[in-house]
Design a protein around this ligand. Structure first.
Ligand code: ADP
Ligand code: MG
Length: 242
């Protein structure tokens, strides 16, 4: 069953065409990865899906929700689409647990006990049961990012977006975050991930979409893109990653 449908999306900033006829689809439970050079439009594509950025043309559907329609309830949409950012975006003055409960209480209207219980479950899921009362500054980058993942998961979104979730981390901390993402993938979480972590891409991706200059040059399962790319540009870019 199709969960996400991106149809012919265009987006420009001034004279610069950042997305140019981008289309792809994801079924429920799929893990899709966007790869491409810096500036190719990957972050913009993710941001259009939760309406942090508006498309100029084209349509995005999440189940029956017409994401790009002007009258779409953006707050309701963002409850269905969790986002994990490159730089974590945690609140420095809140503990790990409070970072996770904030949305549950404010947006979902949960009472404190229920929110605390749910948040503790999700912190446990990302291996941070013992860090619930720590502030972000007391956590490593990898732990902070795992709080970011727990915070997004706690809202029980239909789709999780990850924008280069490991690129701000010291190399020795990448593995613990990738491990959590791999675990989510195995549990059937629908994930659209911008990442150049090839271990994750090869083992977890259903489809990889190679974006260059705002266009999807080529899409397919990782083994196809890595071993039998149709375009020289794909081959050249992927060869540079390994
Ligand atoms: P990627 O994530 O693939 O590196 P981005 O989607 O961040 O690419 O950016 C694509 C292009 O759009 C870049 O040239 C970037 O400078 C430009 N861009 C992104 N966001 C904005 C913005 N808010 N205003 C103007 N230009 C932007
Ligand atoms: Mg980006």
């Amino acid at each position: 069953m199709t969960l996400l449908r991106v149809e012919d999306v265009d987006k420009s900033y001034g004279d610069e065409e950042v997305l140019n006829g981008v289309s792809f689809e994801m079924d429920r439970g799929d893990v899709d990865v966007l790869v491409g050079p810096s500036g190719s439009g990957k972050s913009t594509m993710l941001r259009c899906i939760n309406r942090l950025t508006e498309v100029d043309d084209g349509d995005i559907w999440l189940n029956e929700t017409h994401v790009t329609a002007p009258d779409t309830d953006v707050n309701a949409l963002r409850q269905e689409v969790g986002m994990v950012f490159q730089d974590f975006n945690l609140f420095a003055h809140l503990t790990a647990l409070e970072n996770v409960t904030l949305g549950l209480k404010r947006v979902r209207g949960m009472d404190a006990d229920e929110a605390n219980e749910r948040a503790a479950d999700h912190l446990r899921q990302v291996g941070l049961a013992n860090q619930a009362d720590s502030y972000p500054a007391e956590l490593s980058g990898g732990q902070q990012q795992r709080v970011g993942i727990a915070r997004a998961l706690a809202m029980e979104p239909k789709l999780m977006l990850f924008d280069e979730p490991t690129s701000a981390l010291d190399p020795e901390l990448v593995g613990e975050v990738v491990e959590v993402m791999r675990d989510l993938a195995e549990r059937g979480t629908t994930m659209l991930v911008v990442s150049h972590e090839m271990g994750f891409v090869r083992s977890a991706a259903d489809d990889v979409h190679f974006l260059d200059d705002g266009r999807v040059v080529e899409s397919g399962p990782p083994e196809q893109l890595f071993q039998r790319p149709e375009h020289d540009r794909t081959e050249e870019f992927l060869a540079g990653l390994q």
